[in-house]
Design a protein. Structure first.
Length: 383
């Protein structure tokens, strides 16, 4: 929206000083963005006292739900505080400075913590709905990263579906987390790295796994750095076979389906042949061969299952924001902070996937919570 327009006329030629005449050419236009004073409003709500002559008591009129739940801070300012704290990695001290110097209001750290608690409550139902819906997904990518809580080592788990992402903070990095979140009868395909928790989940629950080929390439490259020539030669054969496979994958849009499937199948067969034939007797090479014997099929689920990616890049990309947040905030101190992080990270990642504004979603969720209504759903349409 254009709020104003100014026109400037040059009357004298800057080169020779001669008078200028109008010329039928398009003007040179510069549009400048700026902000006005921050529109803070203070609205007073009065609940009048009324006397009951029958029971001899004073009664006050009921305040609107949004006023009662919001208290000192209204819904839009509540949203701004949550956005600064979550999306901008701001500490309570930084939020206080911003509100004081830019917005023109002074709010204590304790009050800010209460505001964040209210937003966490507003996001509780959408978060739980996504967490419960994970078990119905046909394809999930999962990753985990460290999380500090009061100096102790916890773990942030990331569950990435096609249209939403869920974060869960847990004290363990074991397969028990997968069983708790996804259950023992998860019927989809799980994309992940070769970490032991996923192998245990696969072994004990019979879940289909797509192990990350990018991680496999890194492990193969490690073989090529070892001092034994046999290890390096074995790693070179595997790397060449993997390169051939990825060259075919990158040509997916150029080949008809039948040709793509045929060439990918041939590349898979050659990779397995190199992995299981003429394996050096060294420990590193033997361990790689054992991996292919036990779990070779789990590296190629993407060939036969639509929607499955050969790498776990989707989950790794989704969890990067958490890693950045960890460096800035140094983790959490208790259940309330943990709950807030799970919910705000989930909403931010999911809104990004769905092309929604994080700020506007937070605003809608907070307004609904203050009015006693359900927050907007983040579940995929038709779920």
């Amino acid at each position: 929206m254009l709020n104003g327009s100014y026109t400037y006329v040059a009357e004298i030629c800057p080169d020779c000083g001669h008078g200028l005449r109008p010329f039928p050419a398009a003007p040179h236009i510069v549009q400048q963005l700026d902000i006005e004073s921050v529109p803070i409003s203070i609205v007073q709500h009065q609940a009048l006292a009324e006397w009951c002559p029958q029971c001899k008591k004073i009664h006050y009129a009921a305040l609107p739900s949004a006023v009662e739940k919001g208290g000192l801070v209204g819904p839009r300012l509540t949203t701004l505080i949550a956005y600064l704290k979550g999306a901008c990695h701001a500490s309570y001290s930084t939020v206080r400075k911003f509100l004081r110097d830019v917005v023109g209001v002074t709010i204590s750290r304790g009050q800010l913590a209460k505001v964040i608690g209210k937003v966490s409550e507003a996001l509780d139902a959408p978060y739980e709905a996504l967490l419960e819906n994970l078990t119905t997904r046909s394809v999930l990518n999962v990753d985990e990263t460290g999380h500090r809580e009061n100096g102790e080592q916890w773990w942030t788990w990331c569950f990435h579906a096609s249209l939403y992402t869920v974060f869960k903070i847990d004290p363990t990095r074991s397969a028990d987390v997968l069983m708790e979140v996804l259950g023992k009868e998860f019927d989809g395909v799980l994309g992940c790295d070769y970490f032991s928790a996923y192998r245990r989940y696969m072994r004990e629950c019979g879940v289909l796994i797509q192990f990350c080929l990018a991680h496999l390439i890194r492990d193969v490259k490690y073989l090529m750095t070892l001092p034994a020539a046999a290890d390096r030669a074995y790693g070179q054969r595997l790397r060449d076979a993997l390169r051939e496979m990825f060259a075919i994958i990158h040509r997916r849009g150029e080949l008809p389906d039948w040709a793509f499937d045929a060439r990918l199948g041939e590349a898979r067969a050659r990779l397995l042949h190199h992995a299981l034939t003429d394996v050096p007797a060294t420990r590193a090479s033997q361990n790689m061969a054992i991996r292919f014997r036990k779990h070779g099929k789990a590296y190629f689920e993407f060939i036969t299952t639509p929607g499955v990616a050969p790498t776990n890049n989707l989950a790794e990309q989704a969890i990067r924001f958490v890693v950045i947040d960890r460096r800035i905030t140094q983790g959490t101190r208790g259940e309330k902070g943990r709950r807030w992080c799970e919910r705000i990270w989930t909403i931010m990642a999911t809104c990004s996937q769905q092309g929604r504004s994080v700020f506007e979603y937070l605003s809608d969720a907070v307004a609904a919570h203050f009015d006693g209504d359900a927050a907007p759903s983040l579940l995929p349409t038709g779920t």
